[in-house]
Design a protein around this ligand. Structure first.
Ligand code: DLL
Length: 433
C-alpha cells in the first residue's frame, strides 16, 4: 500500500493545486517586486507590474532569472526579507564561476524538510526506519535536506556525511540502516565495496534515495540488484531549496514535483518560449511559498519533460522525467550535441560498471571525444586481442548512439578515481584554450 506524508496535499485535485498556486503566486510577485530592487528592475525592463499577474496563466509575462543573475546579485541582492529573519545559508559547489548562496528563514527550512519527508515516505520510510544519510553535510544541500526530512518522519537519522567508506559500511551493519541516501555514483561504489567485503548478508537496506546527479535506468538496475533494494530518484537544486523539489514514488516513472511550493514550466532554451504540454525543454521554477529566497521563473538548465497523466500511486502532482542532461553541460562535439547520460546508457548496456570518464579535447582544430571506462575483473583477465575487440564493439555502439566517432580506452578495474559526492564525469580540456 502506498503511504503519503501529507496525503491531503500530495493527492489533492488538480483544481485544488491550481487554486493554491494562484493564491500564492500573486502575493509572492507583489512581495518580490516591493522588496527586491534587482527583480523590480528586471520587471520594469519587461514592462510588467504585479497587477499584470492575476493567475498562473500570466506567469509567462514575468522575466526569467538565471544563474548569472544570482552571481550578479551575490550575496544579498535577491534576498526578499531582512537578513535578521534568516537562519541559514546553503551554497552550490561553485565549480564554475562565483558560488551561489541561498538563504532560508525557519519557515523555509520547515517547508524544505517537509518536501524531503514526502520523498522519504514515498520510498517506504516510517518512524521505524534507520535513515543513513551520506550526502555531504555543510554548504551542500544534500545532507541537511535529507536529515531534516528524516527528522520530520521520525526515523532514526544517521548523519554520516560523505567519505570514509569503511565507517559507512560498519555503521550500516551495526545499526541496521534501512534507507540509504547518497549520490547514485557513491551508492554504486558502496555496493561494490559491500560485496567485496562479503557483507551483503549483513546489511538490512530496503531502499535508497539517490540524486544530485544524472543516472541512467541501467545504473538503477545495477544498484538495485547489487544491494537488493528499491532505488528512488530525488531531484532538487540549491537555488530552489535543495533536494526534494521532486521525488519518485513506488511507480518509478518520473518524479512528482511539489507543486504546492514550486510551479514548473518547460521552455525552449533558445527562445525562452513556453512549450506545450509533453514537450522536451528546459525546466523553469517559480517558488510560491518561500520567505527569504523566492526565485521567480528560475531557469534550471535541466532538460526534461513533464507528465500530467494520473499516477498509479495516487499522487496528483505533475511528474518530471529524469533530466536528460543540462542545456549548459551538454557537450557539443564536432557540432553534435552529446549528453553524458547517452554514453552511460551504452556502457551499462554492454555490461561495464558505471566507472567512466569522458575527455574532450581539441587536436589539429578538430574535437576529440574519448571515453575511458573500467573493465570488470573478468574482462581484465582477457587477452589483449579480446580487449581491443571489446573497444571496437564500444566504438560502434557509441557511434550508433551519438552519430560520431569516439575513442574508447578500457582501463583496469579501480583505476578511475571514485567520488564520494557528485561524480566528475566530464573533463573538457577545450575550455583551457
Ligand atoms: O544537487 C540538490 C540535491 C541534493 C538533489 C541531493 C538531490 C539529492 P545542486 O548542487 O545545486 O543541488 O545541483 C543541482 O544537480 O540542476 C541538476 O542538474 C542536478 N541534479 C539534481 N538532482 C538530480 C537528479 C543538488 N535526480 C543540479 N537527476 C540540478 C539528475 C540531478 N540530475
Amino acid at each position: 500500500m502506498e503511504h503519503y506524508y501529507q496525503s491531503e496535499i500530495e493527492c489533492a485535485s488538480r483544481e485544488q493545486i491550481r487554486a493554491w498556486q494562484n493564491e500564492r503566486l500573486i502575493p509572492t510577485v507583489k512581495r518580490v517586486y516591493e522588496n527586491v530592487p534587482y527583480y523590480r528592475h528586471l520587471m520594469e525592463e519587461k514592462g510588467v507590474t504585479p497587477d499584470d499577474i492575476r493567475s498562473v496563466d500570466d506567469l509567462h509575462k514575468l522575466p526569467f532569472l538565471t544563474k548569472e543573475d544570482l552571481r550578479q546579485a551575490y550575496p544579498y541582492g535577491l534576498l526578499a526579507v531582512p537578513l535578521e529573519d534568516c537562519v541559514r545559508i546553503q551554497s552550490t559547489s561553485g565549480t564554475t564561476g562565483r558560488r551561489v548562496v541561498a538563504f532560508y528563514t525557519q519557515h523555509d527550512i520547515d517547508l524544505w524538510d517537509e518536501c524531503c519527508a514526502r520523498a522519504i515516505v514515498a520510498a517506504g520510510g516510517t518512524k521505524e526506519d534507520v535513515v543513513h544519510v551520506c550526502y555531504g553535510y555543510g554548504l551542500f544541500t544534500g545532507g541537511p535536506g535529507l536529515n531534516g526530512g528524516s527528522h520530520k518522519v521520525g526515523s532514526l537519522t544517521l548523519p554520516m556525511s560523505s567519505g570514509n567508506t569503511d565507517r559507512q559500511i560498519q555503521f550500516m551493519c551495526d545499526l541496521g540502516s534501512t534507507i540509504l541516501c547518497c549520490t547514485p555514483s557513491y551508492a554504486a561504489y558502496l555496493a561494490e565495496s559491500i560485496i567485496e567485503r562479503g557483507l551483503r548478508d549483513k546489511i538490512k537496506l530496503k531502499a535508497g534515495i539517490f540524486g544530485a546527479e544524472a543516472w541512467s535506468e541501467e545504473m538503477r538496475q545495477d544498484i538495485q540488484n547489487k544491494l537488493g533494494i528499491k532505488a528512488y530518484d530525488i531531484y532538487g537544486l540549491t537555488e530552489i531549496s535543495g533536494p526534494g523539489v521532486a521525488f519518485e514514488c513506488s511507480d518509478q516513472h518520473g518524479m512528482h514535483i511539489n507543486e504546492d511550493n514550486f510551479i514548473p514550466e518547460i521552455i525552449d532554451p533558445k527562445t525562452g518560449e513556453v512549450l506545450p504540454e509533453g514537450s522536451v525543454g528546459e525546466l523553469v521554477f517559480t517558488c510560491i511559498t518561500k520567505d527569504a529566497f523566492p526565485l521567480l521563473r528560475y531557469r534550471t538548465r535541466d532538460i526534461c519533460v513533464l507528465n500530467y497523466e494520473k499516477c498509479p500511486c495516487g499522487r496528483t502532482h505533475v511528474r518530471m522525467s529524469k533530466p536528460m542532461g543540462r542545456s549548459d553541460d551538454m557537450l557539443i562535439v564536432k557540432g553534435v550535441n552529446v549528453f553524458p547520460s547517452q554514453i552511460e546508457t551504452v556502457l551499462l548496456n554492454k555490461g561495464y560498471p558505471a566507472n567512466y570518464q569522458i575527455v574532450v579535447s581539441r587536436e589539429n582544430n578538430s574535437d576529440k571525444l574519448e571515453v575511458q571506462v573500467e573493465m570488470t575483473p573478468e574482462m581484465f583477465s582477457d587477452n589483449l586481442s579480446q580487449v581491443s575487440s571489446r573497444e571496437k564493439e564500444l566504438v560502434d555502439a557509441l557511434k550508433a548512439m551519438l552519430g560520431i566517432y569516439t575513442v574508447v580506452k578500457l582501463v583496469a578495474p579501480k583505476s578511475i578515481t571514485r567520488s564520494e559526492g557528485k561524480a566528475v564525469r566530464v573533463i573538457d580540456k577545450r575550455n583551457l584554450y
